[in-house]
Design a protein around this ligand. Structure first.
Ligand code: HEM
Length: 448
């Protein structure tokens, strides 16, 4: 997809999934938290949501929270009246008021100082505030989109960020993939930037050779799209596309973030249960087997990736009863755990953002929603013939207390189709999945 208006460029599956989530939530008034590393284009996603919302003709007010001086925060957000502090020579509207009827985009929201987090939370809950130095309460109607490259959940757990503000902001998280996870888009992005930058510098855009595109794809882009753009700008300024090595920094080592995470971040005195350790081991082995296309030994095999002795790995696979999925299983036909994870996230995101069926999730915490997402992924993986085990309750009884009616089911089927579309599933897989879902209808839809 090439979205010329706001320049979201790319066709990779990870990007399309992210855009599909943004589009699904755009028409609602839900608060959105855009997550992703620096330079991935979080503001573009926020703009797209605004432009596809009913507020599109109203202002989109952008505040970079990291750039506001600490002592000016309150006045920046809420405005002030003349004489409120030295230098306040006239009344001034804050960003919240300027965004009235539109969207307020809080970039780098993790940088808001602690003393203002409580005030901001109150303003967002009540949609009202006072200008600094004023006692008149003003009402606003604002949709909030926040973005961060920090792990706000960890900040909330450690007390660096107010948990209640975190929960308020994270109603609908959207993760923007880093460039290294959408390497398929690098050619398209490079062509776009070369033409744009060359036009601005009044130069002829150079063309990259296949080998050079391969070189760009092999690099891991810690600075993401912003870094790619800078590198290409240097190529044009140096006037010499023939030597990319001169402008491409040496590839950094894989980062901690790319390594598998442990089941619980254990800290001194904390522990995980034997069952959790086994579940972690199981998932870890399956992830390595999938990465190695189920080859156990040899170069690039799972034992090699795990830096384990192949016979030790083979005996662990036996002990944990991990078996290769059948080649004709729906699990493998649709793309394994990666596709199922994308499917569950996309579908749950659309359902939560829907005005009708969203009611089933409105009281649930982020932790509860994440847990449900995890269980749904496990359930689908195991039902479709994958090696993952479902560790939840009985799926049918999980819905027994929920008043899911026929009209909710129709909404669900509509989103299911849109998710299949966004994932690009082939018709025969769609039909098989529909058959499986149809068979479950009587046990999920309540007739009461
Ligand atoms: C074929 C269709 C569906 C499947 C396979 C499915 C699967 C699941 C699974 C595996 C869980 C986790 C259960 C556990 O705790 O172990 C779950 C929970 C849940 N599902 Fe579904 N679901 C389906 C349809 C729906 C629909 C149509 C809705 C609402 C309109 C819905 C709403 C929920 C809710 C709210 C929960 C959380 C329940 C709780 O924790 O109390 N599901 N679902």
């Amino acid at each position: 997809m090439i979205d010329a208006g706001s320049s979201i460029i790319g066709q990779s599956r990870t990007l399309l999934q992210c855009v599909a989530r943004a589009d699904a939530v755009a028409m609602t008034d839900a608060t959105v938290l855009v997550l992703g590393e620096s330079g991935v284009g979080k503001e573009l996603i926020a703009r797209r949501i605004h432009e596809h919302s009913r507020r599109a003709r109203q202002p989109l007010v952008v505040v970079n929270c990291a750039a506001v001086p600490r002592d000016l925060f309150e006045s920046e957000f809420f405005g002030h009246v003349r004489g409120a502090f030295s230098g306040a020579t006239r009344d001034r509207k804050g960003r919240l008021e300027t965004a009235h009827q539109g969207t307020l985009f809080l970039d780098e929201v993790g940088e808001i100082p602690p003393e203002l987090q409580g005030k901001l939370l109150r303003a967002l809950q009540q949609m009202s505030f006072e200008r600094v130095g004023d006692d008149q309460t003003r009402q606003v109607d604002v949709r909030v989109i926040a973005a961060t490259n920090r792990c706000l959940a960890a900040d909330a757990a450690s007390g660096r960020f107010r948990p209640d503000l975190y929960y308020r902001l994270s109603t609908f998280p959207i993760e923007v993939p880093p460039l290294r996870e959408r390497a398929d888009d690098i050619g398209l992005l490079s062509d776009h930037f070369l033409v744009e930058i060359a036009g601005r510098l009044r130069r002829k855009p150079p063309r990259l050779s296949k080998q050079q595109v391969r070189q760009l794809r092999a690099y891991d882009w810690p600075g993401n799209i912003r870094e790619l753009r800078n590198v290409l700008e240097r190529v044009i300024i140096l006037g010499n596309a023939s030597d990319l090595d001169a402008v491409l920094p040496p590839s950094p080592k894989p980062r901690a973030a790319a390594l598998p995470r442990t089941p619980a971040e254990t800290i001194d005195g904390d522990y995980v249960t034997a069952e959790e350790v086994l579940a972690f081991e199981r998932n870890n082995l399956i992830a390595a087997l999938e990465a190695a296309k189920w080859r156990v030994s040899g170069k690039g095999g799972a034992a090699n990736l795990l830096q384990m002795n192949p016979s030790t790995l083979a005996s662990r696979l036996k002990a944990l009863d991990i078996r290769r999925p059948a080649p004709n299983s729906l699990y493998l036909r649709i793309g394994g755990r990666a596709t199922i994870t994308a499917l569950a996230r996309d579908l749950l995101g659309r359902m939560q953002a829907d005005p009708q069926v969203g009611r089933f999730w409105s009281d649930r915490s982020m932790v509860g929603i994440r847990q449900e997402e995890k269980l749904l992924i496990q359930y689908l993986c195991s039902e479709l013939g994958g090696p993952t085990r479902y560790a939840g309750r009985d799926m049918v009884s999980a819905h027994a207390h929920l008043p899911i009616n026929a009209s909710d089911w129709k909404v669900f089927l509509g989103y299911l189709e849109r998710t299949f579309e966004a994932l690009g599933l082939d018709q025969s897989s769609r039909r098989s999945l529909h058959d499986a879902v149809d068979a479950l209808e009587p046990s999920i839809v309540s007739t009461a």
